[in-house]
Design a protein around this ligand. Structure first.
Ligand code: DPN
Ligand code: ZN
Length: 317
């Protein structure tokens, strides 16, 4: 019997030799796939990915499998929130100086009213892809890189608070800095970085020492792409809160939530003055269509640059 006839009998399709599978996408294209996947997960699980629900579990499984396959050491940390069990996912490089850890975090949970793709599929997808791209580059980081995907942020920063409170002081001392990414693709985007030096002299004041240098690295990365930034206060509304409370320097980027874009901001950034940065904030329309691709791509690049830079050198060690 010929090979073809054998295949016909056994029902096995013979693929031509050139039909190898396409290489996995990297960078922006891969991050876009993560957003699509999180959207599908929400749709398959009652429309959301809220902490403690099957949609959250599926989100965590998806992220964890990618990081495991790329060689990260992953840990799932269980905690209670709103009367139920939920989880943080922590993934760190096996190499790098364990006494000088660079942490990068994003909350992986959505509110229960929608799929949470801008808030915070974007931050989750961005740091996931930054981790995968860094690993694919093959270089061992000088410092240990630790990526955190927080549960129950939307229930009051519960996951990040639990993580920091469980961490012995000796382990806190090894964390050189914490970078936070929560909403990095808002449809009517602003380009904010956490105000480490309190340049406006208002609001929450400066972050712990080293935060100003982090802000500068992020601002310079945006500047290199021709994007002007504004500071946003450390007002405690996202997962950097528990870190700055114990004196760990922090920073990060943010494209805006329910706040309104000013005419000056619309002039320098485009978009619509008098409208919310994200008019679908915490609602059912926070889908893949609620992501500003340009803002998301610019943030991805800045995040990759910041990770590459802090992997080698931190302001405070
Ligand atoms: N913490 C965000 C949320 O999940 O609702 C909103 C937010 C992010 C607000 C960053 C301020 C700064
Ligand atoms: Zn939110």
């Amino acid at each position: 019997m010929t090979v073809t006839a054998l295949a016909a009998v056994s029902g096995v399709a013979l693929l031509p030799a050139y039909a190898v599978s396409a290489p996995a996408p990297t960078g922006a294209a891969a991050a876009q796939e993560h957003l699509q996947e999180l959207q599908k997960i929400a749709e398959a699980n009652g429309g959301n990915r809220a902490s403690g629900t099957p949609g959250y579990q599926a989100s965590l499984d998806y992220v964890k499998s990618k990081l495991d396959a790329a060689g990260f050491a992953t840990t799932v940390q269980e905690f209670d929130s709103m009367g139920g069990k939920t989880f943080n996912l922590i993934a760190e490089t096996k190499g790098g100086d364990a006494n000088n850890v660079v942490m990068v975090g994003a909350h992986l949970d959505s509110v229960s009213d929608g799929p949470g793709i801008n808030d915070n599929g974007t931050g989750s997808a961005a740091i996931l892809q930054a981790a995968l791209d860094h690993a694919a580059g093959g270089a061992q980081p000088k410092n240990k890189l630790r990526f955190a995907f927080w549960g129950a942020e939307e229930e009051g920063l519960v996951g990040s608070t639990h993580y920091v409170s469980e961490l012995p002081q000796a382990e806190r001392d090894k964390i050189a800095l914490y970078l936070n990414f929560d909403m990095v693709g808002s449809p009517n985007a602003g380009y904010f970085t956490y105000d480490g030096d309190d340049s406006d002299g208002e609001g929450a004041g400066p972050g712990p020492e080293g935060s100003a240098q982090i802000e500068k690295v992020l601002n310079d990365a945006f500047g290199g792409a021709g994007v002007q930034t504004e500071g946003t206060d450390f007002d405690g509304r996202s997962d950097y809160g528990p870190f700055i409370e114990v004196g760990i320097p922090a920073g990060g980027t943010f494209t805006g939530a329910e706040g309104t874009k000013t005419p000056e901001q619309a002039q320098k950034w485009g978009g619509e003055a008098g409208q919310a940065y994200d008019s679908c904030y915490h609602s059912s329309c926070d889908t893949v269509d609620n992501v500003n691709q340009e803002a998301f791509d610019r943030n991805l690049k800045v995040i990759n640059q910041a990770v590459a830079s802090f992997a080698e050198q931190t302001p405070v060690s």
